[in-house]
Design a protein around this ligand. Structure first.
Ligand SMILES: [Zn+2]
Ligand SMILES: [Zn+2]
Length: 229
């Protein structure tokens, strides 16, 4: 049933591949971000700080240093990432390629959310670059959804205030056209690191059934496995 609320205790392995630290506009160190997600029951996260030409080398160094030193036997895995944010559209491709070459695992692009003046054409330019996730894509067009589908790029359902206003549109178009979906917190502060139950509630409000949510997490699990391989 569309919009039904997942039962408490429903088994999902929890992932969040979009989070911020003091290396951009988050308030926590990467280590505290990891520890707080671990305490909240997550199994894998990615740290994806806001990045442009001014800080790409510093962000990549910080996140690679951190993830390479994170204990392999920890109950939470931490993947390296960046979020290409508010770029002139022609910069998505070179910066994504550069980050990939340095070994960054998860490349997020800051999509055309309706609550910020993101440059028009960002969704399309980001989808044409080598990214993994188009975050908060706002009122994404069918042409862009099809491009995401073709390239296997995830479209994000977000629990973040403001950006979440277009979740229903993103879900509806992605399900209709068969593009991949991912559910992320886009956390910046401790209160954004919400419980798996709260994440599922927001996903249900976006129009996803329990089965669809489960399928999304299975797809993300196989994507993470590929990234680690
Ligand atoms: Zn963003
Ligand atoms: Zn973000």
């Amino acid at each position: 049933m569309a919009g039904s609320i997942p039962a408490r205790g429903t088994y999902f392995i929890m992932f969040n591949l979009h989070s911020h630290t003091i290396h951009s506009d988050g308030v926590l160190l990467p280590s505290e971000v990891a520890v707080r997600y671990m305490a909240a029951g997550y199994k894998t996260i990615a740290i994806t700080d806001h990045t442009d030409y001014s800080n790409i080398d510093a962000n990549i160094k910080a996140v690679l240093d951190f993830t390479r030193h994170w204990p392999k036997n920890s109950s939470i895995k931490v993947l390296s990432g960046i979020e290409l944010t508010h770029l002139p559209v022609e910069q998505f491709r070179p910066l994504a390629d550069y980050a990939r070459k340095q070994g960054v695992k998860i490349i997020v692009a800051h999509g055309e959310t309706i609550v910020e003046p993101v440059i028009k054409g960002t969704n399309c330019a980001a989808l044409e670059a080598d990214i993994d996730i188009l975050a908060h894509p706002g009122l994404i067009t069918d042409e862009e959804v099809n491009l995401a589908k073709e390239k296997g790029i995830f479209l994000e359902v977000t629990t973040r205030q403001g950006h979440c206003q277009t979740n229903q549109h993103v879900v509806e178009r992605a399900l209709k056209l068969g593009a991949r979906l991912i559910i992320n917190t886009d956390s910046h502060a401790p209160e954004d690191i919400i419980s798996p139950e709260e994440v599922k509630l927001i996903a249900a409000r976006a129009g996803l059934t329990v089965q669809e949510i489960k399928k999304i997490y299975q797809d993300v699990a196989s994507f993470i496995k590929e990234k680690e391989g």
